[in-house]
Design a protein around this ligand. Sequence first.
Ligand code: NAD
Length: 264
Amino acid sequence: MESLITKAARHLAESSYAIALTGAGMSTESGIPDFRGPQGVWTKNPEAERRAYLGWQRFQADPKGWWEERLAASTSALGNLVERQPNAGHYALAELEKMGIIKCLVTQNVDGLHEKAGQQHLMEYHGSFAKLRCIECNARFRRDAFDLQDLLQKGQLPPICPSCGGIIKSDGVGFGEPIPSDVAQGSLEEAWKCDMMLICGTSAVVYPFANLPRVARQRGIATIVEVNAEPTPLTHEGISDFIIQGKTGEVLPAIVEEVKRLRQ
Ligand code: NAD
């Protein structure tokens, strides 16, 4: 009988427009904890989850105070992301793009590891820790484009957008914060037109991201495959065609090898 890895590879090789969706599980093998896996930040500390839900409200009420608190905080729940490196799973997805198979990757991750692995056509659905974003016009800036400590010293926070004069926050999307319109619209279009969707390392419980597989299922032309350590609501509700249960850092390179074999 055909193994699930061979089956996924065959669907990828036969697809004309494959896309990938990814979540925090992609990066646990790079040493970044997820939120809801067995060792997740919120599994171990539910109070941190409660606080996270208040972040966007707090920013809207007082952007200056929000920035001051941000700059005073010495640690992030995800550790020092600057030092983290992509793992074999990130490189496998970048390779599938180089092979012309994956046309777009939509990630929930804020860690920048897909970009570091060389993924070109990338949508960072929840933003990136390394960027800032204007909440009016969606212009993105590298974090070091602003001297935040200097603005803090001079009492000039929040940073102001040089393009439109809007307020700038970190690019990471807080709970309750709208998904930036360019990414929200672009990812919906990708989900609508794909004929293969590879969903990797996400519990698929965060909305509106978790709607993307449902959009693809509704359109009815895509084969939907999950690679995840455990079944998800997409598995239970039959949104995905099948799940390959395992580590993304092991399963995805095996899929790439199988695609190469099938193409010979
Ligand atoms: P999640 O924590 O809700 O779920 C992660 C899923 O991945 C779980 O089902 C877990 O069992 C699985 N998993 C963990 N390690 C795996 C591995 N090596 N291989 C395969 N599966 C593995 O994550 P989510 O669905 O992405 O939602 C969390 C939200 O938090 C996202 O919106 C994201 O923005 C943010 N987040 C990002 C990072 C990051 O940037 N690396 C880390 C934590 C949380």
